[in-house]
Every structure is written in structure tokens, then in C-alpha cells.
Design a protein. Structure first.
Length: 131
């Protein structure tokens, strides 16, 4: 499993309510910088209102033994090329794209425009009475 970050909406499904791993055979990859921020920081140094988020992140990855929680160094240039390729392909092939953190319903297409890409959300409306 590759985690972009350890916010609850991205990571909290990794542990069951009893603290066991949801995916007992999985390896969990997180960037070194992200792991240092969420897992290695002294919790007392974190502002009190934010401590719960740090505790959630730690509880989420706790069931995964250290040899299964892998910290890596991202290759920013390669990641940029990969995103550019995916966006170009989605625009060229008119793929439907679903994404998190987008306005409801989070579904749309990507359009190439003036050397950049634009998000074109699906039009949402009530379903009519006709079959």
C-alpha cells in the first residue's frame, strides 16, 4: 500500500477496530518525510488540538511491524512525469476520472487547454421520472 500521507482519510482503513492489521500481508510505503512528521515527532511538541491526528496516524500503522512499514525517498521528477503522462492520457482518451477531495460528485474528465489541464466535472442533477 502506498500512502501519499498519513491523514485519517487516507490511512485509517489500515487497522481494524481491535488494532489488528486490515491487510496482514501488506507492506505499507510512506515517504520518509511524512513518517518523520507523523510518527517520529514528540507528541508533547504538537499543539494539543492536533495531537489526536498524530495518535490516529500512529495507531493506524502500529499493527504493521517495522519491516512492513517502509519509508522511501520519492523521486519528484519521476512523479511529475508520471502525473503529466496520466493527465495527457485521460484528456486524449476522454476517460472518466474519479477523485477524492473534489466537489460532489467527484467525477469528471480532464481537458487539455493552453498547455495545461482543466477539470471538467460531470453535471449532476436529479434523476427524472422516465425510465
Amino acid at each position: 500500500m502506498l500512502l501519499t500521507h498519513l491523514h485519517p482519510d487516507h490511512a485509517c482503513g489500515l487497522a481494524n477496530t481491535d488494532g489488528t492489521p486490515t491487510y496482514p500481508n501488506a507492506r505499507v510505503y510512506v515517504t520518509r518525510q511524512e513518517a518523520e512528521f507523523w510518527l517520529d515527532q514528540d507528541i508533547a511538541a504538537v499543539p494539543e488540538p492536533s495531537q489526536a491526528f498524530f495518535l490516529m496516524a500512529r495507531a493506524t500503522v502500529a499493527p504493521y511491524a517495522q519491516e512492513r512499514l517502509l519509508r522511501y525517498e520519492p523521486d519528484a521528477a519521476r512523479a511529475r512525469r508520471s502525473r503529466q503522462s496520466m493527465l495527457a492520457n485521460a484528456a486524449r482518451e476522454h476517460f472518466w476520472v474519479a477523485g477524492a477531495h473534489l466537489p460532489f460528485p467527484g467525477l469528471g474528465r480532464v481537458r487539455a487547454t493552453d498547455g495545461a489541464y482543466a477539470w471538467v466535472p460531470v453535471e449532476f442533477g436529479p434523476i427524472g421520472d422516465q425510465p
